[in-house]
Design a protein around this ligand. Structure first.
Ligand SMILES: [Zn+2]
Length: 166
């Protein structure tokens, strides 16, 4: 049986005791989070969030990519979120390679060129990366000026968040 079959079984169980049928669409705590997709980060648990509380936007690295910013714009303008948090973490896979190396390897292994993704957003420094993501969100003209945007590094060995000052 595949993992997909396994998780579908788990979903059957989940649906048997489902209690979230009446949650409103706008996040109750008016929070949006951009976080790395790393499997060790249980963002809701880390932040004490319940279903319905917040938007959690995840990608490799916790990057304020064009698509993450697209989600944040929708999150705040259409669904009322008023605070943003960006979470990177220690031991991130994005610290372990360089964009050019991965691009060259993929071209070699597939024999094909590709215009997208234009960037993989690998980075060598966590604090600096968090600052750059805060800046990317803050400087977008469709992100309201008054939204607080704070960045953190999650320690995968302790479960703690450490704030990165912009
Ligand atoms: Zn990561």
């Amino acid at each position: 049986m595949s993992v997909t079959d396994d998780v579908l079984k788990a979903n059957e169980k989940y649906a048997q005791s489902f209690t979230y049928a009446n949650l409103p669409m706008p996040p109750g705590r008016k929070l949006a989070v951009v976080a790395c997709m790393d499997a060790r980060l249980d963002v809701e648990q880390i932040l004490g969030l319940q279903p319905g509380d917040a938007h959690v936007i995840r990608n490799a690295g916790g990057i304020a990519s064009a698509d993450a910013i697209r989600s944040l714009i929708i999150s705040t303008h259409l669904l009322g979120t008023q605070e943003f948090i960006i979470i990177n973490h220690t031991d991130c896979g994005m610290l372990t390679f360089k964009d050019e190396e991965l691009r060259a390897r993929l071209q070699r292994e597939t024999g094909a060129l590709a215009a997208e993704p234009a960037r993989f957003y690998a980075f060598p420094n966590l604090e600096q990366n968090v600052r750059e993501q805060i800046l990317a969100v803050k400087s977008h003209p469709w992100i309201p000026r008054q939204i607080p945007i704070r960045g953190f590094i999650y320690d995968v060995k302790t479960g703690k968040l450490k704030e990165v000052k912009g």
